[in-house]
Design a protein around this ligand. Structure first.
Ligand SMILES: Nc1ncnc2c1ncn2[C@@H]1O[C@H](COP(=O)(O)OP(=O)(O)OP(=O)(O)O)[C@@H](O)[C@H]1O
Length: 262
């Protein structure tokens, strides 16, 4: 489904500022896999997402999705079938447009955008999808998105990213800027949407509990490399303490956000 073949990313190659952000990363995912990614600061997690989404071109290696080599495809073309959410709830939605207008744009992913409002049937479908978020947004279609709270906005962004099912969804610490209660709610919505629609998903998190609670695989990164992928029985039985132990053997940076949170 998603194959990363020997991906390396070197920034400022050949200069004094040369930085190897990813080094020979290999990964093979099945359709519907939901992988949580943890790793110390600077491990290369965001660079990995940048490389998959096309914001950064790999220095070496290939990104293959459903058999198609995306390595040289520009980011805007990949965005037709790769959804991405960021930490900042302000990204991903248009604040001066209404909820309905934002969802109208999301429903046209991969087509030429036209700002058309929904037919009655589509409106009902949209209301149903909003109702499933359980945030009361289905009664506020005319509300400007800029007036929503961070959690509501991130849940809406999530709905928009999955409204037309993407082939791959990248969640880049998308709940890190929310308060803990709202973060859990948005994570639960994420997990439900991903499972319902069987969307292959990668999620970066600094929360070890969430890394084990959500998804079916957990990947640990260090110094630009994938050092472990935990899955199956081993993952089922793994406690947060064991994961922290495994993780801590990969980093000695005790200013790392994971340690500061425990
Ligand atoms: N555009 C860039 N130019 C030069 N170096 C970069 C660039 N982007 C990232 N890096 C470096 O590459 C390494 C990996 O960075 P990356 O942001 O991918 O790590 P991360 O695992 O997402 O870290 P964090 O958890 O702190 O966000 C870091 O050393 C970073 O400083």
């Amino acid at each position: 489904m998603l194959e990363l073949k020997n991906i390396s990313v070197v920034f400022n190659q050949g200069t004094v500022n040369e930085k190897i952000a990813l080094s020979h990363v290999n990964l093979e995912l099945e359709k519907g896999d939901f992988v949580t990614i943890i790793g110390s600061n600077g491990a290369g997690k965001s660079t990995l997402f940048q490389t998959i989404s096309g914001a950064v071109e790999a220095t070496e290696g290939q990104v293959i999705l459903n058999g198609q080599d995306l390595s040289h495809m520009p980011e805007y073309k990949r965005s037709r079938f790769i959804g991405r959410l960021f930490q900042d709830p302000l990204k991903g939605t248009a604040p001066s447009m209404t909820i309905e207008e934002n969802l109208s744009l999301a429903s046209q992913r991969g087509q030429h955008f036209r700002l058309t409002l929904f037919s009655h049937k589509h409106k009902q479908e949209m209301k149903q999808a909003l109702a499933e978020l359980n945030l009361g947004l289905e009664e506020r279609l005319d509300m400007k998105v800029g007036t929503l709270s961070g959690g509501q906005r991130q849940a809406l962004t999530l709905l928009m990213a999955t409204y037309v099912k993407p082939e791959l969804l990248l969640l880049d610490e998308h709940t890190a800027a929310l308060d803990p209660k709202t973060a859990q709610k948005v994570l639960e919505i994420s997990s439900r949407l991903v499972e319902e629609h069987q969307i292959t998903t990668l999620m970066i998190t600094h929360n070890m509990e969430d890394a084990l609670k959500y998804g079916n695989k957990t990947m640990i990164m260090k110094d630009g490399q994938v050092i472990a992928v935990i899955e199956g029985d081993k993952r089922e039985k793994m406690s947060v303490e064991e994961l922290i132990h495994l993780y801590s053997s990969s980093t000695h940076d005790y200013n790392d956000r994971i340690f500061l949170k425990q």
